[in-house]
Structures are given as structure tokens and as C-alpha cells.
Design a protein around this ligand. Structure first.
Ligand code: GLU
Length: 445
């Protein structure tokens, strides 16, 4: 890495101690940026990177709530408003016990570049809580969401900051959050949240968008080598919103998805995963993959272990950060892998990415490959702003165009900066240059 970048990086790491996921995300971006600074000395002079790594605003707040037995709990809420050079802060809320400032900052930092790559007018932000929704009743989830919004409402707005879902936050939670926002502000401000229900301002295709987009991105990568999803054997991690729709799209394009996972283990289903059953078990019943295996003849459940032990030609990590390490990557490569597209945010460790790249595997990093979710959120904002709602076909067409555009921009940027085929370099530089130009144009802010 360039010594000037190294100095900035070291300052950022020292200034944000203990935030290891944020460090990882920063290091990964800096490693791509050397050639940009050779061509654009104005970025260094304007201290763009120093500014980019310091969020514009960070909010941490108390979230008290009562469980069904009347006991009081206290969680911590976060919203990191990272960068508004290109539009209002935009990014999801994650409810998971692992959430702390370092996770929210890594996600918010990645979101800046991801959102820039979509070509839509959205800045970067992220939020969430260390609240664990698992095993909680609907009433408990509602009380938690209402308490969370009772602080968050003062920081967000359709022109300011537009949260959405992420792990642990789906349509149900967005509904409770929106209801509380409306109640406190006395405004039906549709554009304040995305991922809303279809009858009250949501967009068709938003639930499918991240998973579909990841597969569309992977399909574009495969095309560069004269291949497609048809006939591929696909391994997916996770079994939530992103995974389910990635599986559906990959199978629609002719692949067989033979495995997916949850935190207790994974299933192998050689006939191809039954998406309707998976969705029923995970989304309707909020059950476990053991329930899927019990109801699906020919499938089997493996408790614990790693889904990456399953042989496949395409891997779609759609669970969470750092779920695929160097050893898992080496195993996938020796089992005949040709492509990886990240449906989750930073699911591959830095050593896994090196293994893939050294082996010449097509590798689509999350900030490009999973941008379809937030891009469709931006389409939801457009529909809200014009009080319109688009058909499924039209919205899916827009999503496809956006994903193909992101793919092509990453590929062209990688070529331009001397790293053909390297989508990590393409995504990092493509996203960065757009944000950096806007920051310089807007003066020292
Ligand atoms: N949480 C998603 C992401 O990681 C979606 C964010 C949004 O729709 O605002 O990009």
C-alpha cells in the first residue's frame, strides 16, 4: 500500500480502537486506492479519505422495553450517519446481539461505496441494536420497535436519513417502526423508511431485490467467461431474506441450489431446494432448517459444521460478516468452484478473498453484488416521492438494469486502473471516486 495511504489508515485504526470489523472494511478499501491517488492528488490534498472515514454523525441511545412478563430490558440503539455527499443517509437497521459500534460503522462505511455504485442519489448510513429478536413474541418486537423509534425519529426524515431492514429487521419491524414514526410526528412521510408493506407505500420487488440482484450480478460475471447459471451447482449460506430470493433466482436461471444454512447447521438437498417450503418454514413459521429437513424427503440436515464443505461451482454467501474464511475458500476452490457473489456484507474474510483471487475465481464483493436491495429501496423512494407505484415487471426491469450497470462499471473501472477482472478494485475505486468528487465539489464539510 502507498505510504501516504498507510499513514491515513494507521490514524483511522488508532482513532477507532476495538472496532475490528470497521478496521477490516477500511483496510480493504485502502488497499485498492493507491492508483486513484496517483491520478488524483487533489483527493489527498483535500483530505478526502480522512473525512470519509470519520462519520458525519454517530448517535448511540438507550432503548428500554418490557417483555411479556412485565420485566424491563435495556438495549443499546445506534445510527451512524456516515456520508451525505450523494444524498440522504441510506442504509438498514440490524437487530442482532452481535451489534456494537464497530459493526454499525463497518456496515455504514461499506454502504457509502455500495450506494454510490448504484448510481442513485443516496448517501451512506447504518444503524441497529444489540437486541436479540429470537424467541420474542410479536408484542415484544412491537414494543421494542416503538421504543427504538421514540429516539430515532428525531434524527431521520425523507431528506435526512432513510433507514430500512437488515438482519433481524424485515417487513414486520419496518411496519412497527413506521407506525411509531407517524404517531410521534403526525406525518404520513412515506419516504422516511423503505421496505414498507405494499399497501402502505412499499415497492414490489423490494423483498426479493437483494437476493435477485446478487444472482444477476453473478450471472454477469459468468457471462464474461462465456458461462451462465444454467447447470451450475450452487451452495448458499444463510436462509433469511437474501438467501431465499437468491436461491429462487438461481434456480429460475437453471441452477440447482443444493445447500443453505442457519446458525444451527445446514441442509443438503440434492434435488434442489424447495423454495416454497423454505419460505414457509423460515419466513412464515419463523422456524429452523431442521423443520425443512423433517418435511422434505431426500434432504438431510447437518448439525453444526460448515456449509462450505458442500461441493459447488458457485457460492453465494448470504448470511453474515466473516462467515467464509481462508480454509473454507481453499476447500471450495479445490472442490471445483468457479464463482462467488456476496449477498451478505463482508461475508468473506480478507484471506478468503485472497484465496479466490489467486485461484482466478470470479469474485463479486458485497458492496457491488448485494447493492440490489438498497437500489430498490431508492426505487421505493422514487415511487413515494411521486405518489406512484410501479408494476413488478417494471421494477424488476429497473433492478436488472441497475445490477448490469454496476457490474459493467466495476469491470470497466478495474480495467481502467490496471486490474482487469478484479471486481474488488473496480467496486472500491468506482464508489470512492464518485463520492470523493462530490465531497470536493461541496467544499470542506
Ligand atoms: N441492509 C441492506 C444493505 O445492506 C439494505 C439497505 C436499504 O435498503 O437501505 O444494503
Amino acid at each position: 500500500m502507498d505510504s501516504r495511504l498507510e499513514a491515513v489508515r494507521d490514524t483511522v485504526l488508532a482513532r477507532n480502537p476495538g472496532e475490528k470489523e470497521f478496521h477490516q472494511a477500511v483496510i480493504e478499501v485502502f488497499e485498492s486506492l493507491g492508483p486513484v491517488h496517483d491520478r488524483h492528488p487533489e483527493f489527498l490534498e483535500g483530505a478526502v479519505l480522512e473525512r470519509l472515514c470519520e462519520p458525519e454523525r454517530q448517535i448511540i441511545f438507550r432503548v428500554p422495553w418490557t417483555d411479556d412478563a412485565g420485566r424491563v430490558h435495556v438495549n443499546r440503539g445506534f445510527r451512524v450517519e456516515f456520508n451525505s455527499a450523494l444524498g440522504p443517509y441510506k442504509g438498514g437497521l440490524r437487530f442482532h446481539p452481535s451489534v456494537y459500534l464497530g459493526i454499525v460503522k463497518f456496515l455504514g462505511f461499506e454502504q457509502i461505496f455500495k450506494n454510490a455504485l448504484t448510481g442513485m442519489p443516496i448517501g451512506g448510513g447504518k444503524g441497529g441494536s444489540d437486541f436479540d429478536p429470537r424467541g420474542r413474541s410479536d408484542a415484544e418486537i412491537m414494543r421494542f420497535c416503538q421504543s427504538f423509534m421514540t429516539e430515532l425519529y428525531r434524527h431521520i426524515g425523507e431528506y435526512t436519513d432513510v433507514p430500512a431492514g437488515d438482519i433481524g429487521v424485515g417487513g414486520r419491524e419496518i411496519g412497527y417502526l413506521f407506525g411509531q414514526y407517524k404517531r410521534i410526528t403526525n406525518r404520513y412521510e412515506s419516504g422516511v423508511l423503505t421496505g414498507k408493506g405494499i399497501s402502505w407505500g412499499g415497492s414490489l420487488v423490494r423483498p426479493e431485490a437483494t437476493g435477485y440482484g446478487t444472482v444477476i450480478f453473478a450471472q454477469e460475471m459468468l457471462k464474461t467467461r462465456g458461462q451462465s447459471f444454467d447447470g451450475q451447482r450452487v451452495v448458499v449460506s444463510g436462509s433469511g431474506n437474501v438467501a431465499i430470493h437468491a436461491i429462487a433466482k438461481a434456480q429460475f436461471l437453471g441452477a440447482t441450489v443444493v445447500a443453505c444454512s442457519d446458525s444451527a447447521g445446514y441442509i443438503v438437498d440434492e434435488a434442489g431446494i424447495d423454495v416454497a417450503l423454505l419460505s414457509q418454514v423460515k419466513e412464515v413459521e419463523r422456524g429452523r432448517l431442521t423443520d425443512y429437513a423433517a418435511r422434505r424427503p431426500g434432504s438431510n440436515h447437518v448439525a453444526g459444521g460448515s456449509v462450505w464443505d458442500v461441493t459447488g461451482t458457485v457460492a453465494l454467501p448470504c448470511a453474515t460478516q466473516n462467515e467464509l474464511d481462508g480454509d473454507a475458500a481453499a476447500k471450495l476452490v479445490s472442490n471445483g468452484l468457479i464463482a462467488v457473489a456476496e449477498g451478505a456484507n463482508m461475508p468473506s474474510t480478507r484471506s478468503a478473498v485472497s484465496v479466490f483471487q489467486e485461484a482466478g475465481i470470479l469474485f463479486g464483493p458485497g458492496k457491488a453484488a448485494n447493492a440490489g436491495g438498497v437500489a430498490t429501496s431508492a426505487l421505493e423512494m422514487q415511487q413515494n416521492a411521486s405518489r406512484d407505484s410501479w408494476s413488478f415487471e417494471h421494477t424488476e426491469q429497473r433492478l436488472t438494469e441497475i445490477m448490469v450497470g454496476i457490474h459493467d462499471r466495476c469491470a470497466a473501472t478495474a480495467d481502467e486502473y490496471g486490474a482487469p477482472g478484479n471486481y474488488v478494485v473496480g467496486a472500491n475505486i468506482g464508489g470512492f471516486v464518485k463520492v470523493a468528487d462530490a465531497m470536493l465539489a461541496q467544499g470542506l464539510i
